[in-house]
Design a protein around this ligand. Structure first.
Ligand code: ADP
Ligand code: MG
Length: 485
């Protein structure tokens, strides 16, 4: 569905491009051997290189290069065998070098694509403009002391990937889907943990609006440093409406950087274009251009895991799942593995249904991740088998499942403990049916006179007599046979 904003004189379309900073999963920093673990005491993971001591020289971390290439391949992007590290010069207290080493003219990764899985089961492609590697800056802490600011350099020099999209995104919802998909791909690849709360993935949004039908892009504003998918969506919504109002009022939308106020859900100017930095980029003389062998790239490519899009296609093809269900199951690698373990040797649609409806419902309610599920894939598989064998009815299975969630026990143990076995012995059910028919001639008359609803009353009586354990299909079949006589 197209996302449009109603203006005074017609509808407006929203144009969005995202810039995402993802922290590369690596034990050491981009140009030094210092550690990168989250949550360490301030300034305990700082090498002389990170602190920019005179005479220190950067040495590139090959693992970070590999991670960037791996991410590029996951984005179906062009890998540039030649790329250059440049100095982006600016002064900031938490940037002791006085410049950030980044890539500018020659990034390591060029154009690529991310496929969005839309809620209606369709897909949409968003273009990737580039991916480049750069150093993160340190952190200024202004809220620890009334008079002083502190600086923590632990993050200084940690490797970031900046991923820039083309202005292909058209709604807050698409922006949210894009971020989730990108995060999912990077998590599959193991290149970025995508943890926005810990700052290992941050997003800048570029937003403009234009009248429906216009082909040129209008002036955009940028909102920096959003640290949750929800904030990204809120900021886009606010920013787009603000721009429509400005255009309607005949005011100019200026190219500027804005800040998001998460308490109010609004944006406000941070710095205008007049103050735009001149970063005086130039190739870092301490670092040679990065030249990769095709063989290095091919080796990484050969070792890529099956990624969400391919997995989704396979789930649809092999298991006959709907695109929507397949998309939900492949969003996380752990969920996909869990599902495949449950589906192994069983009806895949039944397995998908149990995982998506019952398991996800329960895990969400408890705020648990799939890796923390009290019900293992093997146990859920056994439960599905018990339904298949007729030991449990659908209703009894739900009860057993709830007990499994509580106790983490195997379904067989719960069935035995609670005496939950379904009665599928036709002789036993037949006896009860015969008794009921003999004892209730009025109801039998009503049924035979054409009142089909009476059958429900009979079913209820049988369930009561068996504490709900009678096999419902068998009960219905026997009742219809006997009452029809
Ligand atoms: P800069 O070099 O100033 O950062 P870029 O051309 O690299 O600008 O674009 C940055 C981001 O802004 C990209 O994601 C791009 O898709 C997006 N973008 C560019 N022009 C527009 C526009 N008119 N409206 C919305 N997004 C835009
Ligand atoms: Mg930019």
């Amino acid at each position: 569905m197209t996302y449009l904003i109603q203006g005074d004189r017609g509808d407006w379309e929203v144009v969005i491009g995202l810039e995402i900073h993802g922290q590369v999963v690596s034990k050491a920093k981009l140009f030094s051997g210092a550690a990168t673990a989250f949550g360490a005491d301030p300034n305990c993971q700082v090498s002389l290189v990170d602190a920019a001591m005179p005479g220190m020289l950067p040495v590139i971390n090959e693992h970070c290069v590999e991670q960037a290439v791996r991410t590029g391949l996951g984005l179906k992007a062009e890998i540039n065998l030649f790329s250059v590290f440049e100095r982006k010069n600016y002064f900031y207290a938490d940037l002791p070098q006085g410049y950030q080493i980044s890539q500018y003219q020659h990034p390591i990764v060029g154009e690529g694509t991310v496929v969005l899985d839309m809620p209606d089961g369709s897909t949409r492609e968003i273009g990737i403009e580039r991916l480049h590697m750069e150093q993160d800056a340190g952190k200024s802490l202004h809220d620890q002391d009334p008079r002083r600011s502190f600086i923590d350099l632990n993050r200084t020099g940690v490797c970031l990937m900046e991923i820039v999209t083309k202005p292909d995104i058209r709604s807050p919802e698409e922006a949210g889907l894009f971020l989730r998909k990108l995060r999912s791909i990077m998590r599959y690849l193991g290149t970025c943990d995508g943890n926005m709360e810990e700052g290992s993935m941050r997003c800048d949004i570029n937003v403009s609006v234009r009248s429906v039908g216009e082909t040129e892009l209008r002036t955009r504003a940028e909102v920096k440093n959003l640290n949750s998918v929800r904030f990204v969506m809120q900021a886009i919504e606010y920013e787009a409406s603000r721009q429509v109002e400005a255009h309607d009022a005949g005011e100019e939308v200026v190219q500027e950087t804005r800040l998001f106020d998460s308490a109010r859900g609004t944006t406000r100017p941070m710095r205008a274009k007049e103050f735009a930095h001149d970063y005086r980029y130039f190739p870092d003389p301490d670092l040679l251009p990065l030249q990769l062998d095709q063989a290095f790239v091919d080796r990484i490519k050969a070792a890529l895991p099956e990624l969400p899009d391919d997995k989704k296609a396979r789930f649809i093809r092999e298991f006959g799942l709907s695109p929507y269900d397949a998309g939900v199951l492949v969003a996380s690698r752990r969920v996909a593995e869990y599902f495949e373990a449950v589906a192994e040797g069983r009806d895949p649609k039944t397995a998908a249904n149990w995982v998506i409806t019952n398991l996800f419902g329960a895990l969400n309610a408890k705020g648990l991740d799939i890796s923390e599920s009290p019900v293992s894939a093997a146990a859920l598989g056994k439960l599905i088998d018990l339904i298949g064998k007729g030991t449990l009815s659908g209703r009894m299975a739900k009860e057993v499942f709830d007990a499994m969630l509580e106790s983490g026990q195997d379904p067989e143990a719960i069935v035995a403990e609670r005496g939950l076995e379904q009665i599928s012995d036709s002789g036993a059910i037949e006896g009860i049916v015969d008794g009921l028919i003999a004892d209730n001639p009025t109801q039998v008359e009503q049924y035979r006179a054409g009142n089909q609803k009476v059958i429900g009353w009979f079913v209820g009586q049988i369930m009561k007599a068996t504490q709900g354990k009678a096999n419902p299909q068998m009960v219905n079949k026997l009742l219809r046979e006997k009452l029809g006589e």
